[in-house]
Ligand binder design. Structure first.
Ligand code: 13P
Ligand code: SF4
Length: 305
């Protein structure tokens, strides 16, 4: 048996599922039950009947799956897959930030640890941030840790002041406005799609801003043929694969070749096989924070959009 078959057999034996973020190496899709963005994968984690969830993504995603499915065993294939943005804020810096702006609700991007979520009011992902902040009906909110997503939300809502923490995604910040300007010259017929973690000056110049899954859906439905993608390479690989497999006749080009999240790429098929076999790398969350952190995510999931 090859490794793909071995993984599939272990999944069956152990009633396990594999949730895969679309920044993972594309070969992982072959053994995955669900592939998508953080919001979609959180929803899948909340409703699965599996006994084991292997989360092919980064640490905070596996932690969120554990919060939503506390009775399931959640395994992260490689413990080195952290998120650089999530690590930019901890409980101490969050408390300090909150103390400067008392009595303002705190919105927390899902790219954060459970400890941080436990001290925030409501969570958001890149695909629902605008709607969730609007649903709060406040004229001011604090937003952690991503300053660019927070400012993007502020720009879209117009009547809400979004006071942001100074976190950012180092991978998305490698995309510069000059990249968009030169892509426009080189590919004058292309549609340019970007993730809201990009710098706001980049977002101003593109045709569509959305989460990883929204970018993929937009590109699939569009009647255009040429696309420039300003987010992680995994999205481009999947779109080009789907275009070939389904005869879309579309081409997808990564905005610049450095847009690869090193943390997301830590998980390999070998790691997945190993954790499924040994059940190591289990995510555990201290009871003292899990209830509050879970509430923060569940509040987000209950917002009617
Ligand atoms: P999505 O919410 O679009 O999946 O993005 C997660 C992420 O980490 C982007 O860098
Ligand atoms: Fe974190 Fe950026 Fe990687 Fe997303 S792309 S997981 S925000 S470091």
């Amino acid at each position: 048996m090859n490794i793909l078959e071995e993984i599939k057999q272990l999944k069956k034996e152990k009633n396990a599922i594999i949730l895969t973020h679309c920044y993972q190496d594309i070969e992982i899709d072959e053994v995955s039950d669900y592939v998508g963005d953080s919001l979609y994968l959180s929803r899948m984690a909340a409703k699965t009947n599996a006994d084991i969830i292997v989360f092919a993504g980064v640490y905070f995603m596996a932690q969120s799956a554990k919060l939503l499915s506390p009775n399931k065993k959640v395994l992260l294939p490689n413990m080195n897959s952290g998120c650089l943005m999530a690590d930019m804020i901890d409980v101490n810096s969050l408390r300090e930030f909150k103390s400067k702006f008392p009595d303002i609700p705190v919105v927390c991007y899902i790219n954060s640890t459970a400890e941080v979520k436990a001290e925030c009011d409501i969570c958001v992902t890149s695909s629902n941030a605008i709607d969730v902040v609007r649903s709060l009906n406040k004229d001011k909110v604090l937003f952690v840790p991503d300053t660019y997503l927070g400012k993007w939300v502020e720009k879209q809502l117009k009547n809400v002041e979004v006071i942001t923490f100074n976190g950012f995604c180092p991978t998305h910040l490698r995309i510069r406005p000059e990249d968009i300007i030169s892509a426009r010259k080189k590919y004058p017929n292309a549609v340019i799609l970007a993730h809201p973690e990009c710098h706001n000056a980049v977002l101003e110049l593109v045709d569509f801003v959305g989460s990883t899954k929204e970018i993929m859906e937009y590109a699939k439905q569009s009647d255009k043929k040429e696309f420039i993608i300003a987010t992680e390479k995994g999205v481009v690989d999947r779109l080009n694969r789907d275009s070939i497999n389904n005869n879309w006749g579309k081409t997808f080009t990564l905005i610049n070749e450095n847009i690869i999240c090193p943390n997301m790429k830590q998980n390999s098929l070998e790691d997945i096989y190993r954790v499924l076999k040994t059940e190591e790398n289990e995510i555990t969350i201290d009871k003292s924070i899990s209830e509050k952190a879970k509430e923060c995510i569940e509040k987000m999931l209950s917002v009617k959009i």
